[in-house]
Design a protein around this ligand. Sequence first.
Ligand SMILES: NC(=O)c1ccc[n+]([C@@H]2O[C@H](COP(=O)([O-])OP(=O)(O)OC[C@H]3O[C@@H](n4cnc5c(N)ncnc54)[C@H](O)[C@@H]3O)[C@@H](O)[C@H]2O)c1
Length: 509
Amino acid sequence: MRNIDIVGVVGAGAMGRGIAQIAAQAGITVRLFDMQEQAVASARDALQAVWKRQVEKQRMSADEADAALQRVVPCGKLEDMADADLIIEAVVERLDVKGELFRKLEGIVGADCILASNTSSLSITAIASACEDPTRVVGYHFFNPVPLMKVVEVIDGVRGDPRHGDVLMELARRMGHTPVRAKDMPGFIVNHGGRGMNIEGLKAAQECVAPFPVIDAIMREQAGFRMGPFELMDLTGLDVSHPVMESIYQQFYDEPRFRPSPITAVRVAGGLLGRKTGEGFYRYPEGQKAVEAEASAPALPASLSVWVAPYHSTGHRRAAALLRELGVEPVTSEVPPRDALIVVTPYGEDIATVVADYQLDARRTVALDTFFGLETGKRRVVMCSAATLPEWRDAAHALFAKDGSPVSVIADSAGFIGQRVVAAIINVACDIAQQGIATPEDIDLAISLGLGYPGGGPLSLGDTLGAAHVLDILRGMLRTTGDMRYRSSLWLQRRVQLGMSLRELPVAG
Ligand SMILES: NC(=O)c1ccc[n+]([C@@H]2O[C@H](COP(=O)([O-])OP(=O)(O)OC[C@H]3O[C@@H](n4cnc5c(N)ncnc54)[C@H](O)[C@@H]3O)[C@@H](O)[C@H]2O)c1
């Protein structure tokens, strides 16, 4: 495999600078060019400051810092990059600009120089089509900030030579990054795999299942994510997230799983972009997120009999075990006694459907989400239908908060909140695998490193939570809502049917 000694980086903005940093730290000579000369000078100054701090923190010796800086060579014109083994462009996100840049570079660099694009949303094949030799064009998608985000997607265009991709995989490892390999499909792996969270969170909000902060708290404290969808969108900014949602939806020809929400369109129009404008889904007085304190749990009635519906065996077992831990022996009669709180534990269905299917007393029925387990301290989610009486809602809230665990009470929803968002994330990841966009291993790596999702990535998370349960949830949601966005990926369905892990490739290869 050929060695890369000299890399030309075109575009000295946030991304170009980060790529130059990790390349120079790995001992590679970097030729840095930007159409604004000042951008190159300020990038080099910024790198000098970064390395100075590294020396102060004793992460680098002064000699190493000096050598790294010497390796970053400012270029006044593209021709100064003629000897590069590889060019990485990180210029403005425009197909015409990137195509023209590569066409120009083909007249400057050697015939075996690889041309890599850091695009996050354009087709590598489309960029390559501007070139005389499209086989040498590869996607090299780093994340911001490059030195901290340790994953990079290597994308093969349809006319790309995979040997060039192999070289970039090796180079990424040399620079201390984890490379993953993807086909040229919209969003590649990470921006494709990130669809489920925001889109399903928005859908739940649009159905008035719960306010934004409650949805976020459930995703963090029940499902184990670092951030909920609204916190994440506030961080990224709706000026970025909303067009990406629209673009991926259009690029997949109106795939219902990616259908965006009018909620974000309206908020963009109103300028509620997120932290950067001081208000998004949250307000940020003096830069700090303002969140109202949660109301404390109501008082537990002196006596309460509880009947747990047996319709979902896992749900029933988990709910009954929790009740015993909380000191309440569930009533075991076949039908609920007249004076008991009725607890159902659906996977994917709403309460109204369960009530109608089993002819339950809707006024006394609440649902408990058991999918993520019910350990003390983990947020518990209680769902009420439009017919649940407030006294039974409060009794259930008080009961499930008895050991001090936080409880969210939400409105009726097919798949609660955690179930529906996590099932959407796992389903999208399964479909990335089904489409052969990347291997299961790379899907998990890319999404856990690129998005910080828990559980070792969505496919591993699906295995841990139980792929059959995830399929149950999706089928329940599809049956309840009739919305095709909830149809399960064939990857998920077949692996459940065959008793295989979501991470397993076909045994015959
Ligand atoms: N910022 C991110 O979070 C992020 C993440 C992944 C990928 N990307 C991709 O990386 C690329 C750069 O993003 P950024 O955030 O660093 O942008 P940026 O605006 O900070 O920097 C772009 C730089 O490119 C220069 N430039 C523009 N056209 C040029 C040309 N024709 N020739 C030479 N220089 C030119 C500009 O002067 C500017 O300094 C984009 O394609 C973007 O989609 C960005």
